[in-house]
Design a protein around this ligand. Structure first.
Ligand code: MSP
Length: 656
């Protein structure tokens, strides 16, 4: 990545409603990548803001009995508050009503007009207020706006047009010559498909007599600009573009990444890019269209009342977890369905059980057995060597993935290193080393675990700044950026030296960074309660031959079973039996349970790592072909196992 200022933008948001998870998503992604660059010591400029002109905003203002500007001023406070709550570090929050933007738009209009790029014509089309654009008859789907499904009205009026059609071939050639220009590739193909049909010209004005809430055309004062023409130019204003067509000396232009939802891909890749071509300006490097969040598979809308409020998630699980979930849960570019239980599972698995647990284990063992200070490194063995190689590979992989905005893969790479850290603890068994009094080896092991906490804390920092800052502070490293840059430097070496912490430095203990949730937090449960619907009536059961049932038992008999939710930490083949696997299962006890299960015919050991299971925890231990089993897994299937019984609950939760 270069040393030039990294310039990233989000769409500017309409101020006709309250922000929700979708808006937070784009903004968090941009914030995260800008932070990543800043942590690495590269300057970044992150632009976001609000789109304030046009009919939609005007109608929202009228509905509140307010003047449009007063309405916008009021709404902007909410948007900025949402961003502050999410700790969004933008460099400029632009409003399309900002005077410098108005001047840029008028300057652009004036120059395009002088160049002969604009003409006046009378046009009949179908207008969608929801999408703020005209459609032709054949674009409509069931007589409605194809983008929003909202009603359209037929309007005939005289307007100003931009000769967009003149740029069709150049635009297509540019997209074809630059495979990374529109990402992901599926979206690029969509636009190339769109460009196979003839491209029309773009209507860029509205007569003031119909809709006056906009920026006046400097050469025809009866008109204001069309909201999209005005809004797209914000990216130039934000980059220091001047009304006379020159840039200030910030050197920001062109943007490295422009993030947008897939809903506004055409406006960006066609309208925006041809506008830039007409202005003879360098084009952005990448337009990245991400996917759409739905609420449990249903499109979010104010009328359905199913919009997901990120601030509620923050209240329940904290800021870091909320940011992490948004970027880890779905691949950037793909669609995703939000559910509260999905959130909690991701939180408990990745943050409470993996990352938080690693940090907590590291500091509690060091406090218990090594006096709470950073232990010295003794001789290194093959496990330490492997950990070092893995760390080098992880730091490099994160960087690679983030060049392509593959947040999910980058975070998964860090997660894998966290899991390797936890696995290293299982393999080296510090509790046994402590018992044996092998202080030198114990110190080396705990030091490696602490070092892995340092590296993963630094790598996760762009997404979870607060928790990672706290973790590093506890390790005696108060500055995230310094650690991050050190981690990157170390990764440049062939093998990552895991010896950065200061030997003898005191470690702070502190509360768990991500406490486990056994139930949904009450703020979430309360929100969900009114929406709970009765289960659908059971379908008529088909008669099926059933196996003879076992004799009835009393409740007391059943209650003697101690069933617990568990999570497979590690799985391996049984040394002496093909049908058996040996599992280490976390059931909320200090050490995982070893369970031998007859499931090798159904599962490979790698498939089981991380699996949520149900364990019979009070079964008398038994030796199965020479390996002790301290419990049993619940599974479906009489002779052959069909599936494991899985339960979405933190390890140790009682199953009854
Ligand atoms: N004002 C225009 C954009 C002009 S950019 C020059 C606009 N605004 S919007 O308020 O509707 O916000 C659109 C953006 O919000 C989407 O492109 C996307 O980035 C984000 N999202 C809004 N809802 C979303 C989901 N449900 N899921 C994911 N992101 C979505 O369009």
């Amino acid at each position: 990545m270069s040393d030039r200022t990294f310039y990233i933008t989000t769409p500017i948001y309409y101020v006709n409603g309250a922000p929700h998870i979708g808006h937070a998503y784009t903004t968090t992604a941009a914030d995260a990548i800008a932070r990543y660059h800043r942590l690495a010591g590269r300057p970044a400029f992150f632009l976001t803001g609000t789109d304030e002109h046009g009919q939609k905003v005007l109608e929202a203002a009228r509905a509140r009995g307010m003047e449009p500007k007063a309405h916008c001023d009021d709404m902007v406070v909410r948007w900025k508050a949402m961003m502050a709550e999410l700790d969004i570090r933008y460099d400029r929050f632009i409003r399309t009503t900002d005077p410098d933007h108005v001047a840029v738009v008028q300057g652009v209009l004036q120059r395009l007009h002088a160049k002969g790029e604009l003409y006046k014509d009378t046009y009949t089309g179908w207008y969608s207020t929801a999408a703020e654009r005209f459609w032709t008859e054949k674009d409509l789907v069931d007589g409605k706006c194809p983008d929003t499904g909202q009603p359209v009205v037929q309007i005939t009026e005289t307007n100003w047009f931009f000769k967009m059609s003149a740029y069709q071939d150049r635009l297509r050639a540019h997209i074809e010559a630059h495979p990374g220009f529109i990402q992901p590739a599926s979206r690029r193909n969509e636009i190339l498909g769109f460009l196979r049909k003839p491209l029309g010209d773009l209507c860029i004005s509205r007569p003031k007599s119909r809709m006056g809430w906009g920026i006046e055309l400097p050469f025809d004062r009866d008109f204001v600009t069309y909201v999209w023409f005005d809004a797209l130019l914000n990216y130039l204003t934000g980059a220091g573009y001047q009304p006379d067509g020159r840039f200030d000396d910030s050197g920001r232009w062109p943007p490295d990444f422009q993030l947008l939802g897939k809903d506004i891909l055409t406006t960006h890749s066609v309208y925006w890019i041809t506008m830039l071509m007409a202005l003879e300006l360098p084009l952005p490097r990448t337009l990245f269209a991400h996917g759409w969040w739905t609420a449990d598979g249903v499109k979010m809308s104010k009328s359905l009342g199913n919009t997901i409020d990120v601030l509620l998630l923050k209240e329940a699980y904290g800021l870091d977890a909320t940011r992490y979930f948004l970027l880890r849960e779905i691949a950037f570019g793909a669609d995703g369905s939000f559910s509260y239980s999905g959130f909690q599972t991701r939180y408990n698995n990745d943050l409470a059980n993996d990352f938080g647990n690693l940090a907590h284990r590291a500091s509690s063992m060091t406090h218990k057995w090594m006096g709470g200070t950073v232990p010295a490194l003794g001789p290194l063995g093959p496990l330490e060597q492997e950990l070092r190689e893995r760390t080098t590979a992880t730091v490099r992989a994160v960087d690679e993935h983030l060049r392509a905005l593959a947040f999910q893969q980058a975070l998964e790479a860090v997660g894998a290193l966290v899991r390797a850290g936890n696995k290293y603890i299982e393999e080296t068994q510090p509790w046994a080393l402590n018992k044996q009094g092998d202080t030198e080896r114990l110190g080396t092991v705990l030091r490696h675990v602490l070092e892995i906490c340092r590296v993963t804390g630094a790598l996760y920092g762009f997404v979870m700044p607060t928790a990672c800052g706290t973790l590093l502070e506890r390790l005696g490293e108060p500055d995230l950026g310094t650690v991050f840059r050190d981690v990157q430097r170390r990764a440049e070496a062939a093998v990552f030296p895991l010896d950065a912490l200061r030997e003898g430095a005191p470690l702070e203990m502190g509360d768990p960074l991500f406490p486990r949730f056994r139930e949904l937090p009450s703020v979430i449960a309360e929100r969900l309660a009114p929406r709970e619907t009765p289960a659908p009536p059971e379908k008529k059961k088909k008669k099926k031959k059933k196996k003879a049932m076992k004799p009835t038992i009393s409740y007391e008999d059943f209650a003697r079973l101690d069933l617990r939710a568990g999570r497979v930490v590690r799985a391996s083949k049984h040394p002496n039996a093909d049908r058996l696997l040996v599992l280490q299962v976390d059931i909320g006890e200090p050490k995982p349970r070893q369970i031998v299960a007859g499931i090798a015919g159904r599962y490979a050991p790698e498939e089981l790592e991380g699996a949520a299971v149900v364990v019979v925890a009070n079964l008398a231990p038994a030796k199965l072909r020479g390996v002790t089993s301290e419990g049993m897994l619940l599974a479906a299937g009489a002779k052959e196992v069909v599936d494991l019984v899985r339960v979405d609950a933190a390890p140790g939760v009682v199953v009854r």
